[in-house]
Design a protein around this ligand. Structure first.
Ligand code: FMN
Length: 187
């Protein structure tokens, strides 16, 4: 049987990003029968309606196709000024205007992180607001907002046991949501 595929989006471009560490940890923890493939977003041009005049840029088409081909999406983001980073919003804006909107009815897990005390919960909720209008099916309740992230990792992975449990549970919930969506589609 083929594996359930999750597309992973990371809202930070910097080398050594805590968000990337969380994503790597999610890849390690992916439940049996599932896998996460990270889709890059840093190379997408700034959204510009004029660039769509002759069809969307190839990078956008490829990104949208990657999302459409995934059974679910996992987003890990930092918080910038109480919202999501522009690079992530830019990626979402591009695909929101594509035909067959890739987020429509797509199961999504939203995870924020911050070295601060609130775990980027406001970015987490901004993302929920934006994904709502794209008709995404995101996990609700038990929001994952990892606070004090810098103290919960070592050697490029999340080592804090409580956080690893929460991440594992979130992926299990996402896989379950994918199964339910597939059942209702009669797949
Ligand atoms: C422009 C900018 C704005 C930030 N705003 C917030 C914020 O509103 N809330 C917060 O908790 N951290 C904020 N931070 C700190 C980030 O959470 C921290 O830099 C984090 O490590 C970035 O994630 P990354 O390691 O994945 O790049 C901000 C950082 C930057 C660069």
């Amino acid at each position: 049987m083929s594996k359930m595929k999750f597309a992973g989006l990371v809202g930070s471009l910097r080398k050594g990003a805590h968000s990337a560490t969380v994503m790597r940890t999610l890849q390690e923890l992916a439940p049996e029968g599932t896998e996460i493939e990270v889709l890059e977003i840093g190379h997408l041009p700034h959204y510009d309606e004029d660039l769509k005049a002759d069809g969307s840029p190839q990078a956008v088409l490829d990104f949208a196709a990657g999302l459409r081909g995934a059974d679910g999406v996992v987003i890990v983001t930092p918080e910038y000024n109480r919202s999501m980073p522009g690079v992530l919003k830019n990626a979402l804006d591009w695909v929101s205007k594509e035909p067959e909107p890739p987020f429509a009815d797509k199961p999504v897990a939203i995870i924020s992180q911050s070295p601060g005390a609130l775990g980027g919960i406001l970015a987490n909720y901004h993302l929920r607001q934006v994904l709502s209008v794209m008709r995404a099916d995101f996990l609700t309740g038990g929001e994952v907002a990892i606070n004090g992230v810098a103290g919960k990792m070592a050697d490029g992975t999340i080592t804090d046991e409580g956080t690893r449990k929460v991440l594992t549970r979130d992926l299990e919930r996402l896989a379950q949501m994918v199964r339910v969506v597939e059942l209702t589609r009669g797949a």
